[in-house]
Ligand binder design. Structure first.
Ligand code: 2P0
Length: 341
C-alpha cells in the first residue's frame, strides 16, 4: 500500500462537497516555524501523525510564497525560485498533488519563492507545504477552515500543519487513527519583544533528512522511551511561560527540550549527530552570554544550525557575539515587514 492510499480517504473527507474543478490560479504565503517543544517521532508515517504534541513560533514574514495553476498539459512543473526544484522535492510535491489532481492527465504548475535568507541555511519544508495547501485551497475555491487546512498541510510534511498559523502554535497530537484531531491551533498570545536569531553555520544540504532521522531514532534509540514524558512536561512549562511572559522559563524549556531531542538521536544505533564543531562553538558562545547574565537561549532542529531565543533588549549583544545572525521579530515591531539584517 502506498502512503497516498492511506492519505486519500482523509483528503476525500476534508473535501467532501467542495469544488473539484480548478480556477485560473491560486496563491498563498505561509511562514516558516521553529518548534520550542519539538515534534520528533511518528505514530503513523503515511499521515505524518506525531507521537507527541508540539509547540512552535511562526517566523512572521519569513516563509514561502506559492502560486499554483493548471499547467495545461500532463505532468507537473515545480519551480523553486526561478529554477526547477530538485528532483526529490519535485517528486514529493507531485505525490502530494496526486491527492487533489482532477484527472490523471491534469498537470499543475507550482512556483515557490522562499522568503528565507538562503545564507542562513534555512529552507523550510514546513512553510513550503503549508503555502501549497493554502494555494490549492485558493485555486479550487474550497474555503476550508483552519483545522482542515492544517490537516491538509500535515499530509505534505508534519511540521507544515503549524505553518498555517502565525504566532505561537500548538499542534495537538490527537488520538484518532485518521488524524482528524491532529492539527495546529494558534495560541491566544502575543509577545512583541520576542526575537529569534538564525545562525548560518552550515548551509549545505544535511546528510540525513529529519524524516529519516526521526524514524531511525524511534526504532533504535534506548532514550526515545523517555521522550514523550519530557515533551508533556515541557509543553506545560512552555504554555505557562507564554501565559505569564516568563522569558527565562520559556527559553530554558525550549533549550532543554532541543537538547533532550538531540540526546535521543545521539543514543540511536548507529548514532545520529547533526552537530559540527561550529555548532558547539555557537552553543558555547550562547552559554557565555548567559554566564554574563543575559537571557539568551538556543534551540536546534535536525541540523547543525542553532537558533537563538531572546528579547529585544539583548539584540545588540547577540549581534555583537554573532555578526552573521539573521534576527527575526515574530510578532512584528520595527522589523515587521522584513527580517532585521
Ligand atoms: C520540529 N522537526 O518540531 C522538528 C524538530 C525537526 C526537528 O518537524 O516527515 O520535516 O515531513 O513530517 O516536519 C522536521 O520534520 O518531517 C521537524 P515530516 P518534518 O520542527
Amino acid at each position: 500500500m502506498s502512503p497516498n492510499d492511506t492519505r486519500r480517504p482523509v483528503v476525500d473527507t476534508l473535501l467532501a462537497g467542495r469544488p473539484r474543478a480548478p480556477r485560473a490560479e491560486g496563491a498563498a504565503f505561509a511562514p516558516a516555524n521553529i518548534a520550542l517543544v519539538k515534534y520528533w517521532g511518528k505514530r503513523d508515517a503515511a499521515l505524518n501523525l506525531p507521537v507527541t504534541s508540539s509547540l512552535s513560533i511562526s517566523l512572521g514574514e519569513l516563509g514561502s510564497e506559492t502560486r499554483v495553476a493548471p499547467a495545461g498539459r500532463p505532468g507537473d512543473t515545480v519551480l523553486l525560485g526561478p529554477d526547477p526544484a530538485p528532483a526529490g522535492f519535485a517528486a514529493r510535491v507531485s505525490a502530494y498533488l496526486d491527492l487533489v489532481r482532477p484527472a490523471p492527465d491534469f498537470g499543475f504548475r507550482v512556483e515557490t519563492h522562499n522568503r528565507v535568507p538562503t545564507a542562513a541555511g534555512f529552507a523550510s519544508s514546513a512553510s513550503g507545504f503549508a503555502a501549497l495547501a493554502l494555494a490549492l485551497d485558493d485555486l479550487f475555491g474550497w474555503a476550508l477552515d483552519l483545522p482542515a487546512l492544517s490537516i491538509l498541510a500535515r499530509l505534505g510534511s508534519g511540521s507544515a500543519c503549524r505553518s498555517v498559523f502565525d504566532g505561537f502554535v500548538e499542534w495537538t497530537a490527537g488520538s484518532r487513527p485518521d488524524g482528524m484531531d491532529s492539527h495546529g491551533r494558534r495560541l491566544d498570545a502575543t509577545w512583541p519583544a520576542l526575537r529569534l536569531a538564525l545562525l548560518p553555520i552550515e548551509t549545505s544540504a544535511k546528510p540525513v533528512s529529519s524524516r529519516h532521522g526521526m524514524r531511525h531514532t524511534v526504532e533504535t534509540s534506548p532514550l526515545y522511551a523517555a521522550w514523550p514524558e519530557t515533551v508533556a512536561r515541557d509543553l506545560e512549562s512552555a504554555r505557562a511561560a507564554i501565559a505569564t511572559r516568563d522569558f527565562p522559563r520559556l527559553g530554558a524549556t525550549a533549550e532543554g527540550n532541543a537538547m533532550a531531542m538531540h540526546a535521543t538521536m545521539h543514543a540511536a544505533r548507529p548514532p545520529l549527530v547533526y552537530w559540527t564543531p561550529a555548532t558547539i562553538a555557537a552553543m558555547r558562545r550562547a552559554h557565555a552570554l548567559r554566564d554574563e547574565g543575559r537571557a539568551v537561549y538556543l534551540t536546534m532542529d535536525a541540523g547543525p544550525n542553532p537558533k537563538l531565543l531572546f528579547e529585544a533588549d539583548q539584540a545588540d549583544a547577540v549581534r555583537a557575539a554573532f555578526p552573521n545572525a539573521v534576527i527575526v521579530a515574530p510578532f512584528g515591531g520595527p522589523s515587521a515587514r522584513k527580517p532585521v539584517a
